[in-house]
Write a protein that binds this ligand. Structure first.
Ligand SMILES: NC(=O)c1ccc[n+]([C@@H]2O[C@H](COP(=O)([O-])OP(=O)(O)OC[C@H]3O[C@@H](n4cnc5c(N)ncnc54)[C@H](OP(=O)(O)O)[C@@H]3O)[C@@H](O)[C@H]2O)c1
Length: 367
């Protein structure tokens, strides 16, 4: 006999509402219901309930629970053990989303989760994720598939600077924030910031290929979102097109009609080739944080291509502001709370919200 199955996620103590607990008790109190625990995850247990064994009222209860599951929103934030990522998790969890706080280091990740739980945010769960590691990405995708069966929000936040920095030397320069933002500091910092080939690879594999690989692995789950999938790519003003001296590169990256993922990957290869041959300046790549700037320019271009391919989702990129974090050696001036506002706004966009856009914090801006 064909059997339809209800799949119900049951939250354990920290996550469950009294209502959900009551419904579960009602369901399981009937001896006619056969259930099997499909997962032993400490936070979730998935029960499969055979439809033909349910009474009308039990079916109604199960339907209610399924509806709850379909309106429950699940998010992933990458690089979330500190900085803007951690604050993004905090704000999303505070607004009722169940958030997977991911980090490449388990100790740093679990401590970050504990800090949020200490604030009373129980809907935060740790999962390991190194965005440069394909096995780690697949393990995360498998976990979400098993535990939630869908994903609603992906915030690609993890980032690397692409330089080796003499931090004492940088501090001694005492550069004012306006010079950082306008690009005036470009020549001043050259002696204290070095872009090595290895650092550039790490940066591009994190900020560009890391985002692509995580997104690719999670897209099938995002396509199963019942509340409207949202992808937020945390970019930087360093990736704005006007900052790239080479006019041809600017033109091609700005031409959405002809832009493809292959073309964007080709620019990354060309950049790395030019870096290896000490030809960055002569070929018109940004002098300020060259690998970082390229990684974010390519991330913006990728965001547009992806948004065009999946028009049913809201896929955007955002410059968070100049925020006081480790990635800029604490030269930033904004608070974490301010820095996470753009990501959170885009993660919670209502149906029909903008897609394929670049935001400067909370405002749409030019690519
Ligand atoms: N702060 C700003 O002013 C500013 C401006 C523009 C854009 N952004 C962007 O904002 C995002 C967040 O940066 P932030 O300012 O919050 O800096 P941050 O405090 O240094 O955080 C960066 C995060 O990325 C993680 N990460 C690095 N490589 C990773 C990998 N391979 N896999 C997983 N996680 C990885 C780091 O983990 P570990 O702790 O393990 O290193 C850390 O959690 C970045 O994309 C950055 O480019 C920041």
């Amino acid at each position: 006999m064909a059997q339809a199955h209800f799949q119900v996620d049951i939250f354990t103590n920290t996550l469950q509402s009294q209502c959900c607990k009551y419904q579960l008790t009602t369901l399981l109190s009937s001896r006619s219901i056969h259930f099997k625990i499909a997962s032993q995850n400490p936070f979730f247990r998935r029960f499969k309930l055979s439809k033909h064994k349910l009474s009308t009222s039990q079916r109604a209860t199960a339907t209610m629970m399924n509806e709850k599951q379909s309106t429950e929103r699940y998010a992933v934030v990458t690089g979330a053990n500190k900085g803007i990522g951690l604050e993004t998790v905090r704000q999303l969890a505070a607004s009722g989303v169940t958030v997977l706080l991911t980090a490449r280091n388990e100790k740093r990740g679990t401590e970050a989760v504990s800090s949020l739980r200490g604030l009373g945010l129980s809907k935060v769960i740790y999962h390991q994720l190194d965005v440069q590691d394909s096995q780690s990405i697949q393990a995360l995708a498998n976990f979400i598939q098993t535990q939630f069966g869908k994903l609603d929000i992906l915030v690609n936040n993890a980032g690397a600077s692409g330089v080796i920095v003499d931090e004492d030397g940088l501090r001694a320069l005492n550069i004012d924030p306006a010079s950082w933002l306008s690009g005036k500091a470009t020549n001043i910092v050259q002696d204290v910031m070095k872009t090595t080939y290895d650092k550039a690879i790490e940066c591009l594999n994190t900020n560009y290929y890391g985002v692509k690989n995580v997104t690719q692995a999670l897209l099938p789950l995002l396509q199963r979102s019942t509340t409207g999938a949202r992808i937020v790519n945390v970019s930087s003003l360093r990736g704005e097109l006007w900052r790239i001296p080479n006019e041809q590169i600017r033109k091609e990256l700005g031409n959405l009609e002809a832009l493809t993922e292959e073309k964007i990957d080709g620019f990354v290869d060309k950049f790395l080739h030019d870096l290896k041959n000490d030809e960055l300046e002569v070929n018109g790549w940004s002098k300020m944080l060259p690998a970082y700037s390229v990684s974010k320019a390519m991330l913006n271009a990728y965001t547009r291509v992806l948004a065009k391919k999946y028009p049913e989702m809201c896929i955007n990129c955002v410059h968070p502001g100049y925020v006081d974090t480790d990635i800029n050696w604490h030269t930033g001036t904004m608070t974490l709370e301010e820095g996470a506002q753009g990501s959170v706004l885009l993660a919670l966009l209502p149906k029909g919200g903008p897609t394929g856009c670049y935001f400067d914090r909370t405002q749409i801006a030019d690519f």
